[in-house]
Write a protein that binds this ligand. Structure first.
Ligand code: PEP
Ligand code: MG
Length: 757
């Protein structure tokens, strides 16, 4: 803000401060406010319109006819005042009547005034009113005057909120602010959801706008800048930002903005005009936002979003409101909006109220997506410009099936969506009816369909879906939701509860698979180093074998929890047979110890390995005789086979589960264990998709462990399949692959009336 604007605003603000501190009632205060502003800006007219019952009502004026107060009312979008509120943008006109939206109100007596300037009064990103000035002389207002008006409008928003002059909820939910918009993305977890937008990193509510002590505010903002710069510098040294490419670019931009003198100077000037540190940051941000709307270049617009992100960070630091929306708790059915999320962050949300997730990034096999799938929450990913298009509290219709989300929908659209939603629930109910139906193929083979789980809360899914057991229990989820390493007693309790819930159905516990995108803040690499490539780094069994104590505690917990029953345990990311031997030895040592203590023991222990690293396939002849079962983790296997990071959204289309490479590889694995008494299961996300499951049946897979929501659809598929027929077709395709195996398979299924959507 130029110095003169700062001083103009400061003079007005000082006087407004007295008005607001006075004991008069709200209307009298507003009457004084228009006088103070009018005088301060040397303006013949100054008026305040506020939103009441969906209309903008003239609440106070200096210069227009007093009879018009509480009489003149305009709809949002009507006239100049309504346009300002609708677009949350200022207008500055030398000749008001020349504007196409001008609407003449005779009761105000405004015909003698030509020039007009108005700014929105914004509360939580919504216009709750309009502040405007008018002059008889036709002239455009100077930038300093507009700046002062905008600063005053901020202060007014606080006064209005404190005096309960507008119904904030109504303003917040008003659907007419920018109208409906449909944003396209990639379906990461299918499904439909309706709810209001909640930002994972919420915008800050500013409590106080007017500063009491300018120096103290300056001090606060200096400190916040230091802290923010420190955070950004620290990020630069972290692996996830250190690998070059896009992340590095983003970080460079962040750094550039964080150290941008112009930005900090504008904030300091806003404090000089009498605002608090929070209000000053917000004020500068508002201005940036306004400029952003005029930018046509998407690249530049993206950069501006980065600045917005940084500005929010600064606001959070200065206001001490550091938490995410999860810490504050969801108040109603919500759809979460974020650039990206970690699995632990998602698990912090209240499952009953979280209905959907929309991400700017995200990929099919990222752990956050797996967790969401397990929770039955639809996820739409890779929505460009998401955070610029949606505002906190917007009503959203999330259609992950169709790959889009609609903001601020029209009532008719909501009705149609709800009808579809009801239909889809009916379909779910139809699948639920298959609960007690055993999945026999048309040719009479019983396929084993188990479900994947990771939390106590997942267990009711067993009886709801009728799955044959839990084929993959991801024990690391307990670690991910804990603030510290879970103690042995807590682990034992969880495993016992899970086994109790499963009754006579088997549960396969996978020992902790930490690392990759499952980061535990309390478990760091020994030498404290961050990794350049964590998916291929220190993770899963590699951590467990190196941190012997970790696996020992888990082995003890599992053995104790399974006393009197069968314990099925499997090790993740086995790369070489010796790793399996070493992990098994840890269990055997604990078993010996418990025997010595005369503690009750499991009736039987079945040991298995996960095949996720391609190298293991070359040594199956060595490993197979030692195994009770082998579980193929196609999520990791695929990323390693294709050298394409499963969590990198840019690579999501680099591999297809229906490519001959994967299917031929899996077939060789099946052949590799043939002749050994080893159950072979596929437990990656691939098995939960109908077309992919069809292909797996075709290459000889007879056991699947999949996300609970897929159990019904996959059972239904199985009942339509003739194994010999699909086996023959797959054989042919794998021997001489068609150009597009996926299309070939779809056509094959359609010809047989098998719906593979
Ligand atoms: C896999 O890699 O396929 C798997 C099931 O394990 P996770 O997804 O937990 O890494
Ligand atoms: Mg894995």
């Amino acid at each position: 803000m130029p110095a003169s604007a700062a001083s103009a605003a400061r003079t007005i603000l000082t006087r407004l401060h007295d008005v607001m501190a006075s004991r008069s009632h709200a209307q009298a205060k507003l009457n004084n406010v228009v006088e103070v502003i009018g005088e301060g800006l040397d303006s013949e007219v100054c008026s305040i319109y506020l939103l009441r019952e969906g209309m903008l009502e003239l609440f106070a004026t200096r210069g227009l006819a007093q009879e018009a107060v509480h009489v003149t009312r305009m709809a949002v979008g009507e006239g100049l005042v309504g346009t300002i509120a609708q677009d949350t943008e200022m207008l500055n006109l030398a000749e008001a009547t020349a504007h196409p939206d001008f609407s003449y109100r005779p009761e105000t007596g405004e015909e003698k005034f030509h020039s007009f300037a108005g700014v929105p009064i914004v509360r939580r990103e919504r216009a709750v009113g309009v502040l405007c000035v008018q002059h008889a002389e036709p002239r455009r207002y100077e930038e300093v005057e507009i700046e002062a008006l905008q600063t005053v409008a901020m202060v007014l928003s606080e006064l209005i909120a404190n005096a309960d002059l507008v119904d904030e909820e109504e303003a917040l939910l008003s659907p007419a602010m920018t109208g409906p918009q449909r944003l396209a993305g990639l379906a990461l977890v299918k499904g439909l959801a309706i709810g209001s937008a909640v930002f994972h990193q919420p915008r800050i509510t500013i409590e106080h706008v007017m500063a009491e002590d300018r120096d103290a505010e300056l001090q606060r903002v200096y400190l916040a800048f230091d802290k923010m710069r420190e955070q950004i510098d620290r990020m630069a040294s972290q692996a996830e930002f250190g690998v070059g490419g896009e992340h590095e670019e983003v970080l460079q931009t962040y750094k550039m903005f964080a150290y941008d003198e112009g930005w900090s100077r504008r904030i300091i000037e806003a404090i000089d005009s009498g605002l608090t540190a929070e209000a000053a940051i917000e004020r500068v941000q508002q201005r940036t936002r306004m400029r952003m709307r005029q930018i046509d270049d998407p690249l530049l617009a993206d950069r501006m979003h980065d600045l917005e992100d940084l500005s929010n960070r600064l606001l959070r630091i200065v206001s001490g409101q550091m938490g995410t929306a999860a810490t504050m708790g969801l108040k109603q059915d919500a759809i979460l909006i974020a650039r990206n999320l970690g699995p632990a962050e998602l698990l912090e949300y209240d499952k009953r109220r979280l209905k959907g997730v929309v991400l700017e990034e995200g990929s099919l096999t990222a752990h956050v997506v797996i967790v969401a799938r397990a929770m039955g929450i639809p996820v739409l990913g890779r929505v460009r410009g998401l955070r610029g298009a949606i505002r906190e509290g917007d009503l959203l219709l999330l259609d992950a099936d169709g790959g889009h989300v609609t903001t601020r929908p029209q009532p008719a659209v909501v009705d149609a969506f709800e009808a579809r939603f009801a239909k889809s629930k009916e379909r779910q109910a139809a699948y639920a009816k298959l609960r007690d139906v055993e999945p026999f193929t048309r040719c009479g083979t019983r396929i084993t369909v188990m479900m994947n789980a990771g939390l106590r809360d997942d267990m009711p899914g067993l009886s709801l879906t009728g799955a044959d057991g839990v084929g993959l229990f991801r024990t690391e989820f307990q670690f991910l939701v804990s603030a510290t390493l879970p103690a042995r007693e807590r682990q034992t309790r969880l495993y016992r509860d899970v086994l109790d819930a499963a009754g006579d159905k088997p549960v396969v516990f996978r020992t902790v698979d930490i690392g990759g995108d499952k980061v535990l803040p309390y478990l760091r690499h020994n030498d404290g180093e961050t990794e350049e490539n964590p998916a291929m780094g220190w993770r899963a069994l590699r951590v467990a074998l190196e941190r012997g104590g970790l696996l020992k505690v888990q082995a003890r917990s599992l053995l104790e929890a399974a006393a009197g029953r069968t314990l099925n345990v499997m090790f993740p990311m086995v790369t070489e047979p010796w790793e399996f031997d070493a992990a098994r030895a840890v269990f055997e040592a604990q078993l010996t110890y418990l025997k010595g203590q005369k503690k009750p023991l499991p009736e039987a222990i079945r040991y298995g390995a996960m095949l996720e690293v391609p190298a293991l396939a070359e040594q199956l002849d060595v490993l197979a005789p030692k195994l009770s079962f082998l579980s193929i983790g196609t999520n990791d296997l695929t990323q390693f086979l294709f050298a394409a990071d499963r969590a990198n959204p840019k690579l999501a289309e680099r591999y297809d589960w229906l490519s001959p490479a994967i299917l031929r590889f899996l077939k060789r694995v099946i052949q590799g264990v043939a002749g050994h008494d080893v159950d072979i299961t596929v437990c990656g996300e691939m098995g939960g998709r109908r077309l992919e499951a069809l292909a797996l049946l075709g290459i000889g897979i007879r056991r699947l462990s999949i996300t609970p929501a897929s159990v019904g659809p996959i059972k239904e598929l199985i009942r339509k399949v003739d194994l010999e027929e699909i086996g023959g077709a797959m054989n042919g395709w794998l021997m001489s692959p068609p150009r597009d195996l996926r299309s070939a398979l779809i056509a094959w299924a359609q010809e047989r009336g098998i719906d593979c959507d």
